[in-house]
Design a protein around this ligand. Structure first.
Ligand SMILES: Cc1ncc(COP(=O)(O)O)c(C=O)c1O
Length: 458
């Protein structure tokens, strides 16, 4: 990922702090350094996903337990990285360990359905108010199926996508994910910027990019491409550009617009699905889209995804117009972990605990910000949160581009060296609390944040 750095008067001082913290980081992790060198021989780039390669280097992990993770150098961290938003159960949660251990002894793969799938689909229908479900293995697969379904149902090819939303790494949505300021073009007609190499221009041309929180922009896009738009896909709370919540009424308004144009609405709740509440933003906003995509936290740490839809949408699967397939769809091990997650981990009591810890953290951080008089603010939704290093609320991706990326990186380093593991990519990502975090974990984060704030002030 690339991110635009806005030079500010504090840049030089922040640059020096970053250099100092990176030295500490490297000194603490000699074994990771060795493993990276070894890995480079047969692992491309020395890691198993580009997003594992942080600056100054990837952290190689040993194990996790409860709210903590341990790297190969024996350092212990409060885990607020949460495996990019998946580990809401924390690590080695007893309910998941029991379910997976029991399943593994009885065989883990048949490419035939097992009974857990029925219970899970019913539970997802209850939480997200959509009657029919299918499973897949990653967020990418879920949004890919949703886009295919929309095209299959409408017989149209265009997709409206929000600038700065990430929906996985398939071609149709790899457009204007994290573009640089000099690539994006005018706000009223954003340029569709490829989010990776290898994305054919012909596919990019099927994506109409709009800014978030702008109902008129959606109306305009639908009018300019009348009768050609299959669906609009978005993260109902943007979570790949810090955290950007929707304005009041935005989600309901775009659903009406999209429906009036004969198109479908897809909520990508891969990140928001269970981290913002038991039924994601779909339940909390009361705006039920035509399709919901889930992954990450759904499987309690095992790879699984789900697509939910209305009876009309999912009829395309039921009657064979759209073939939703995959060797590992509904994999018994993933289903066992998912059932345990939904039934025993993501309970009302757990959400009360997440809310209480989230509120405690938020208020501690706001206290530090107020103490220093910084023009920063905290944004949190459920178990997710971040500090936005600017005074004004971020309403769309173009506001996000204005934020100095160095503060996010420095904050990440200070937290890391202070024993709290956050996702790298500073200003882009968020923390995730798990159901196993406690007050001490949250207070550790706040203490590190106070150190960071004091360092920047000096
Ligand atoms: C909102 C959203 N959708 C989809 C994806 C893709 O999920 P996966 O990495 O499991 O393919 C991600 C991944 O970060 C995401 O944040």
């Amino acid at each position: 990922m690339s991110s635009t750095v806005i030079e500010s008067p504090v840049s030089d001082a922040v640059g020096q702090l970053i250099a100092d913290e990176e030295q500490v980081f490297l000194r603490r992790q000699p074994r990771s350094t060795e493993l990276i060198a070894l890995a480079r021989e047969h692992l491309a780039g020395g890691a198993t996903s580009n997003w594992q390669i942080a600056e100054p280097q990837a952290v190689w992990m040993s194990h996790g337990e409860g709210s903590k993770v341990y790297d190969v150098d024996g350092n212990c961290y409060v885990d607020m990285h949460g495996g990019y938003g998946a580990s809401i159960a924390g690590h080695a949660h007893p309910a998941i360990v029991a379910a997976v251990s029991e399943r593994v002894r009885r065989g883990t793969h048949f490419a035939q359905p097992t009974e857990d799938a029925i219970w899970i689909a019913g539970e997802l229908a209850r939480r997200f108010d959509l009657p029919l479900w299918r499973f897949a293995n990653s967020g990418t697969e879920a949004t890919m199926d949703a886009v295919h379904l929309a095209r299959a149902l409408t017989g149209r090819d265009l997709i409206i996508k929000v600038e700065g939303c990430y929906h996985g790494h398939h071609d149709s949505v790899q457009v204007s994910v994290l573009p640089d300021a000099d690539e994006i073009g005018p706000r009223d007609h954003p340029i569709g910027v490829p989010g990776n190499s290898g994305i054919p221009a012909a596919i990019r041309d099927l994506v109409v990019v709009v800014p978030f929180n702008d109902v008129d922009a959606v109306a305009r896009a639908l009018a300019e491409h009348r009768g050609r738009v299959a669906a609009m896909i978005l993260e109902p709370v943007m979570m790949n550009a810090g955290i950007i919540p929707p304005d009041d009424g935005y989600l309901a308004a775009i659903r009406d617009l999209v429906h009036r144009a004969g198109a479908l609405l897809i909520f990508d709740e891969v990140k928001t699905g269970f981290t913002t509440g038991p039924g994601g933003i779909t339940a909390s906003s009361g705006v039920v889209p035509d399709m919901v995509c889930l992954a990450k936290a759904l499987g309690g740490g095992i790879s699984v995804a789900a697509i939910g839809g209305t009876t009309e949408v999912m009829s395309a699967i039921s009657d064979g117009r759209y073939e939703q397939v995959g060797t590992f769809n509904g994999n018994p091990l993933a289903m066992a972990a998912t059932r345990a997650t939904l039934a025993e981990v993501l309970t009302p009591e757990s959400y009360r605990r997440l809310d209480a810890n989230g509120a405690r953290l938020r208020s501690a951080l706001e206290g530090v910000i107020a103490e220093h008089g910084y023009e920063w603010h905290v944004v949190s939704v459920g178990a997710k949160g971040c500090v936005t290093f600017r005074r004004d609320r971020v309403r769309e991706f173009r506001d996000f581009l204005q934020i100095d990326a160095r503060l996010g990186h420095l904050h990440w380093l200070v937290q890391h060296n202070g024993g709290v593991f956050l996702p790298p990519w500073g200003k882009v990502e968020q923390w995730l609390l798990s159901v196993q975090h406690d007050r001490d974990d949250v207070d550790r984060f706040a203490t590190n944040f106070a150190r960071f704030a004091a360092a920047v002030a000096n």
